[in-house]
Ligand binder design. Structure first.
Ligand code: CUA
Length: 344
């Protein structure tokens, strides 16, 4: 019973906004802190839950006591209502105590909130990873920035971060208000058109954590997810180094034909593949598409079947997206998907 209740509470805290959950998808759970910021928030949550549980128990206790002391009747015997008009002893003192206790508890929660906010703002930022994250309807564009701009790169719908190093995420929006929430790592922060906001976090435990847009932003708000992989520094640097590389040239006739389909058709108008002439900025950067675990911002597994279906008719899988349907001849679609699969 207690375990079920805990699981239920964890579900409320962690998964209220989850859309479809892919098989093998990472969880999102505010009660399983994987970083210092989430730990601070978890501490505040536990304190609030504990105090509120105490208050709830006290109120229920007072209610039961009142029931027990209420005038009782019996068969053929009217209740003794005299007690209703008798002045109660100590009533003023009890009300004063209850009011005083409530004020103290509320001040305690206010103080804890201020302490938590200060702790969240005080993350040391030396050697921080700098990411600009832009919300689009309904996907995430991630631009990794470096003092040496030749080391910048762009990816989509996934972040890799090094364990133990701070990360500063500059949040912006391309259209409407979104909100980034990675429950295992940090609280929510809005992405507001026309201005930037900052989110600082640090992962202290390696793992894959799910992030979710937490502000209703249109039809596919629920299918606007983000995967965050926290890994040791060396693994992160290897990943980042690979992301900086341009796409490898196609290595087979089919893939070469697929590249021609990509560059000769509508795809390149919206998508970038570094190392080719495709430099569109409307849709996700596809330079290392095949290295991602999901398609369409955590909506679909990234495999050949879904990728083909997504290209041919994205609206059947995620209604309302900006990507148009592409009615390609079967051979062209086959070649195009074969080419995209080489973009590791
Ligand atoms: Cu973006 Cu909800």
């Amino acid at each position: 019973m207690a375990a079920t209740l805990l699981r239920y509470l964890a579900g409320i805290a962690g998964g209220c906004c989850a859309g479809t959950v892919l098989a093998g998808a990472p969880g999102q759970n505010a009660l399983r802190a994987a970083g210092i910021q989430a730990e601070h928030i978890g501490w505040l949550w536990n304190l609030t839950l504990g105090l509120c549980a105490l208050v709830f128990a006290a109120v229920v206790g007072a209610f039961l006591l009142a029931l027990w002391r209420a005038p009782k009747d019996g068969a053929g015997r009217p209740p003794d209502l005299a007690s209703l008009t008798r002045p109660e002893r100590g009533i003023h003192r009890a009300v004063a105590w209850a009011t005083g206790t409530c004020v103290v508890l509320l001040l305690l929660l206010l103080g804890a909130d201020v302490v938590t906010s200060r702790a969240l703002a005080n993350l040391p930022l030396r050697n921080a990873v700098d990411i600009e994250l832009i919300g689009h309807q309904w996907w995430w564009e991630a631009r990794y920035r470096h003092a040496d701009t030749s080391r910048n790169f762009t990816t989509a719908n996934e972040l890799h971060i090094p364990v133990g190093r701070p990360v500063v995420i500059t949040l912006a929006s391309n259209d409407v208000i979104h909100s980034l929430w990675i429950p295992n790592l940090q609280g929510k922060r809005d992405l507001i058109p026309g201005r930037t906001t900052l989110l600082r976090l640090r992962a202290d435990r390696a793992g894959v954590y799910r992030g979710q847009c937490a502000e209703f932003c249109g039809l596919q708000h629920a299918l606007m997810a983000l995967e965050v992989t926290a890994e040791p520094d060396a693994a992160y640097e290897a990943w980042a180094g690979h992301q900086r590389q341009p796409a490898p040239p196609p290595d087979s006739d089919t893939a070469r034909r697929g590249q021609q389909v990509f560059l000769g058709g509508a795809c390149m108008m919206c998508h970038t593949i570094q190392g080719t002439s495709a430099q569109g900025r409307l849709g996700p950067d596809l330079t290392h598409l095949a290295g991602r675990r999901t398609l369409a911002a955590g909506t679909l597994p990234n495999n050949r079947g879904y990728l083909s279906g997504w290209i041919a008719d994205p609206h059947a899988l995620k209604e309302g997206v900006n990507m148009p349907a592409n009615q390609l001849p079967p051979d062209d679609l086959h070649a195009l998907v074969s080419y995209l699969e080489t973009l590791k």
